[in-house]
Write a protein that binds this ligand. Structure first.
Ligand SMILES: *[C@@H]1O[C@H](CO)[C@@H](O)[C@H](O)[C@H]1NC(C)=O
Ligand SMILES: *[C@@H]1O[C@H](CO)[C@@H](O)[C@H](O)[C@H]1NC(C)=O
Ligand SMILES: *[C@@H]1O[C@H](CO)[C@@H](O)[C@H](O)[C@H]1NC(C)=O
Ligand SMILES: *[C@@H]1O[C@H](CO)[C@@H](O)[C@H](O)[C@H]1NC(C)=O
Ligand SMILES: *[C@@H]1O[C@H](CO)[C@@H](O)[C@H](O)[C@H]1NC(C)=O
Length: 433
């Protein structure tokens, strides 16, 4: 672990990833940033990774609309994704309903803030500043997102957030980043999604963040890039917050530490304490393939934990809106309070969704392999040598509600990039016991 910093510097220099700009130092100075926590680990893996053979190319150009059951439905060639029929899966029929106040009698956890259904977007601020992580996105206001079709409540009652699909852009695509206006100190955040962005160039996240970064702390609940299928949860803090062990067993978690045991943003090149899920259904296409699931983040006196429950394995107490975290199986990630006081290093958090494209993490690992889900690099799959070039040129491969697959002579393989978050609910509980 002590060799990470020089390794990153070497790797960044040799790959010319940041073009003279110091990624690490730049980000340590920005407030409310979304961080490239996985970068150090990814670079290490990329250097040891194998180069897979390039998939055979196709000379045909066809368009498919892929339902969420994964079945391809052939569509007539058309560049206009917004006019194409949507194939609806039925994954949402098992989504949990927002809890009612009458159903939580058996739990000490009471709803503080709830976002679902037609009013999902009430109570969120739309971030419109430049992307702090240097992605090829321009985050837009709620009214712009609405009129551009980037947000909606769909016919299943789920909140959808997506990225602009204009075939070609010069620099950035419009995207959405939303932050709860309500804040919390400690609590239980329960988020149910049926779909998330995935594919080359994407970098989606669901996370929580405090003021005066990193003093208020950052908790990345869901994060990853490109074709990754295993979630990485990470905390970033002021100096002094430490993981007491490197082993999953002693941390009582199912995930694996992939970054530092020192969670300080400034002392480790902002790696943070990153933990990768052992479930290939926890992120990206793996997550979408099972109709998503529920993520829960518990922040209490014992520390901070992130749980993932795949669709079909969601505890009934969660579905009933009466969470009993003490009865849940081991979390995927656990940062115990033993060497990190969760009320000293974290305060006044908001929950945040965003989708950026390329940027500091997805661009940096564009040529990388070896992370679960990324057997073949995105450079190889797309035929584009940089993430930005692909994303700027390939809006036609960016789907909306329906997932497109493009087979063309221009691309070396079929490409599917799905940019939609489809969220059933976010509920933030407080313990009243
Ligand atoms: C795509 O189709 C929609 C609905 O028919 C239409 O409103 C829109 O103008 C079309 N966009 C393009 C780029 O052709
Ligand atoms: C989804 O499942 C529900 C409950 O089984 C059923 O009533 C509904 O018709 C289904 N919807 C679709 C689109 O298949
Ligand atoms: C793991 O769980 C055991 C049993 O509940 C507990 O004794 C131990 O302190 C926990 N370890 C950490 C690091 O929280
Ligand atoms: C993940 O870890 C848990 C707990 O150690 C274990 O029960 C489960 O089988 C693991 N899953 C995979 C896919 O390795
Ligand atoms: C990886 O990403 C590419 C491009 O977005 C996509 O076409 C491909 O289907 C993805 N692979 C997997 C296994 O999801």
């Amino acid at each position: 672990m002590h060799t990470f910093f020089p390794l990153i510097a070497l790797a960044l220099a040799s790959l010319s990833l940041v073009q003279g700009k110091s990624l690490i130092l730049t980000h340590a100075h920005k407030a409310a940033v979304k961080h490239s926590a996985g970068l150090a680990r990814d670079l290490r893996v990329a250097f040891g990774g194998i180069l897979a053979t390039q998939p055979s190319s196709s000379s045909n150009q066809n368009f498919y609309c892929v339902g969420s059951d994964g079945e391809g439905v052939t569509m007539p060639p058309s560049g206009n994704s917004s006019s194409s029929p949507t194939v609806k899966g039925n994954a949402t029929s098992t989504g949990m309903a927002a809890p009612s106040s009458t159903s939580v009698a058996s739990s000490s956890w009471k709803v503080a803030d709830s976002y679902s259904g037609q009013t999902f977007f009430n109570g969120w601020g739309f971030f419109t500043a430049a992307d702090p992580t240097d992605g090829n996105v321009q985050y837009v206001s709620q009214s712009t997102a609405q009129s551009a079709g980037l947000i909606e409540i769909n016919s299943d009652g789920n909140a959808v957030m997506r990225v602009e699909t204009t075939p070609q852009v010069q620099t950035n695509r419009q995207s959405v980043r939303i932050t709860t206006q309500a804040t919390f100190n400690g609590g239980l955040v329960v988020m149910d999604a049926v779909h998330m962005p995935t594919g080359c160039g994407t970098w989606p996240a669901f996370w929580t963040n405090g003021p005066n970064w990193p003093a208020g702390g950052e908790i990345d609940i869901i994060e990853g890039v490109n074709n990754y299928t295993n979630n990485q949860a990470t905390i970033h803090t002021n100096p002094g917050c430490i993981l007491p062990s490197t082993t999953s067993a002693s941390l009582n978690m199912s995930g694996t530490l992939v970054a530092s045991t020192d969670c300080s943003a400034s002392q480790t090149g902002n790696q943070g304490c990153g933990i990768r899920s052992n479930s290939s259904n926890s992120f990206g296409s793996g997550f979408n393939g099972i109709g998503g699931g529920v993520y829960a983040m518990l922040w209490d006196n014992s520390g901070i934990k992130v749980y993932f429950f795949p669709r079909g394995s969601i505890p009934s107490d969660i579905s009933a809106g009466a969470p009993q975290p003490q009865n849940w199986p081991a979390p995927m990630a656990d940062w115990p309070s033993t060497d990190c006081n969760p009320y000293q290093y974290f305060n006044t958090h908001s929950a945040i969704f965003d989708t950026t494209l390329c940027g500091d993490w997805a661009s940096a690992v564009w040529t990388g392999t070896g992370v679960p889900g990324q057997d073949v690099s995105c450079a190889q799959q797309t035929g584009f040598s940089t993430c930005s070039a692909f994303v700027q040129a390939s809006g036609g491969s960016f789907s909306e509600a329906c997932k497109f697959r493009i087979l063309s002579m221009f691309y070396p393989t079929s490409l599917t990039v799905t940019t939609d978050w489809e969220v059933s609910s976010v509920v933030i509980y407080q313990n009243t016991s």
